[in-house]
Design a protein around this ligand. Structure first.
Ligand code: SAM
Length: 451
């Protein structure tokens, strides 16, 4: 059977989609190649959130088809995911050596399309149509005995987004919000736990909007909180995370859940995007600075140890120095544990791309750097507080940077590197934190574990 290599750009949902496609191909007998040079099929799973991600994937494909023409004329190339969805046929018109373009509702068709191409029944295939129930097709997992993979898993609970933030391309690439049923998701989680998974991250573009059109509020609990409760029931599951929520999804039912569901870890990623009410309105975010700060306050009251991270966009059209100052002051006020900072990138067909006041790249760079410095400074203070403390981690496997050491995560989502052994992989254990690095804690096992 042929071998396949999948390269993924972008978010955790893309990682999850790639994993499901890889697992579907493995189930058909494909092997997973270690590099594109060794693969019969190369698939790029693309991201459209910023132009840079699109250009990276396009350049990668250009260079690969160039080499393949000379060295591997039978190699098959495909684009999947968000850029495939937004550009479709145009990708094959521009790069005629590409064989396959699979949109965001068609990941599960990839294996069949490759069969057709290998059998010579079809030459080029572009499928970016919508497909009913495609939200329930990302379910296969690759738990291949690698400790990093088998102790934690991501579960896709929904697809699409109805928020239509004016900067964001996602509603156009991922389609309308569609949610899977609770029983279906719980069955997938249960199966993962039976295979050794201890931590599950529920995934969606806006997870907190899960099921809101299909599952009625019950006893004051939203569909998402009902799902959390159902997953929480699974014996053997130790930790539940979710990403990415929207601040407006933090109703009291979810805030209270942090205090009453022990498996729901003390970690929340709350994308704020800006500290300026004027910009939040232009972005169509649906909350004000005051409401955002109120949510953070409630969360910290319900769970004082909670780690809070965010996404922030700098250089949105018309962002003044005053607007940017408000973002800096919000970051100081919240004291985020960490933040992903994005330089605004105009996206095709989004309202913000047509706004007056597009800012020069130099201004975006300058604001990016200023905010990054502040986030690093605040983050370092948070991390310092852990020194000398004992904390529980779930050991995921060898550290990526130094495979001689082991790596785990605290409940509040901080990476801990420690001198451990392979037998620690997959264990929940206590470590004592001895020092900090850049957004990393270094520790030692608090109890010598002979197991
Ligand atoms: N659930 C998230 C939310 O509440 O907005 C959306 C996740 S989005 C795919 C990831 C992040 O990419 C966003 O939070 C935003 O900060 C950033 N982003 C989206 N569109 C962008 C654009 N046009 N330019 C720069 N950053 C962008």
């Amino acid at each position: 059977m042929p071998s396949v290599y999948i390269k993924t750009y972008g978010c955790q949902m893309n990682e999850r989609d790639s994993e499901a496609v890889a697992a579907q191909l493995v189930a058909k007998g494909y092997t997973l190649a270690k590099s594109e040079a060794m693969a019969d099929v190369v698939l790029l799973n693309t991201c459209s959130v910023r132009d840079m991600a699109e250009q990276k994937a396009l350049n990668k494909m250009k260079s690969m088809v160039g080499v393949a023409k000379k060295e591997r004329p039978n190699q098959i190339f495909g684009f999947m995911g968000c850029m495939a969805q937004s550009r479709g046929q145009e990708l094959i018109d521009k790069l005629p050596d590409v064989d396959l373009v699979v949109g965001t509702q068609k990941f599960h068709r990839t294996a069949d399309y490759l069969d057709e191409i290998f059998a010579g029944r079809r030459d080029k295939i572009v499928d970016i149509a919508a497909e009913e129930k495609s939200e329930a097709t990302i379910r296969e997992h690759l738990l291949n005995g690698n400790a990093t993979k088998s102790v934690t898993a991501f579960v896709s609970i929904m697809q699409g987004c109805n928020q239509y933030c004016t900067f964001c391309i996602v509603p156009y690439t991922r389609g309308e919000e569609r949610s899977r049923g609770i029983a279906d998701i719980v069955a997938e989680c249960r199966e993962l736990v039976s295979r050794g998974v201890k931590e599950i991250t529920l995934l969606g573009q806006i997870v907190t909007s899960y099921g809101r059109r299909d599952i009625p509020v019950r006893d004051g609990k939203s569909a998402f909180v009902q799902l959390l409760e159902a997953v929480h029931e699974i014996a053997g599951l130790e930790r539940i995370r979710f990403t990415s929520p929207h601040p407006k999804g933090y109703g009291d039912d979810l805030v209270v859940a942090y205090g009453r569901l022990p498996k729901l870890v003390e970690s929340a990623h709350l994308p704020v995007q800006s500290g300026s009410d004027r910009l939040l309105k232009l972005m169509h975010r649906g909350y004000t600075r005051e409401r955002y700060l109120g949510i953070i306050e409630k969360l910290r009251k319900a769970q004082p140890r909670i780690g809070i991270t965010t996404d922030i966009i700098v250089g949105f059209p018309g962002e003044t120095e005053t607007d940017f100052e408000e973002t800096l002051s919000l970051a100081r006020e919240v004291e985020f544990d960490n933040a992903y900072i994005f330089k605004y990138s105009p996206r095709k067909d989004t309202p913000a791309a047509a706004l007056d006041g597009q800012l020069p790249q130099a201004v975006k760079e300058e604001r990016n750097e200023a905010l990054l410095n502040l986030i690093n400074e605040i983050g370092a203070r948070h991390y310092e507080k852990f020194v000398g403390c004992r904390t529980e981690i779930l050991v995921e496997g060898p550290s990526k940077k130094n495979p001689a050491r082991m790596m785990g995560r605290t409940r509040c989502n901080k990476i801990v590197v420690f001198d451990g052994a392979e037998r620690h992989g997959g264990q929940l254990m206590d470590v004592r934190i001895e020092r900090v690095g850049a957004f990393t804690l270094y520790g030692e096992p608090a109890i010598v574990n002979l197991g």
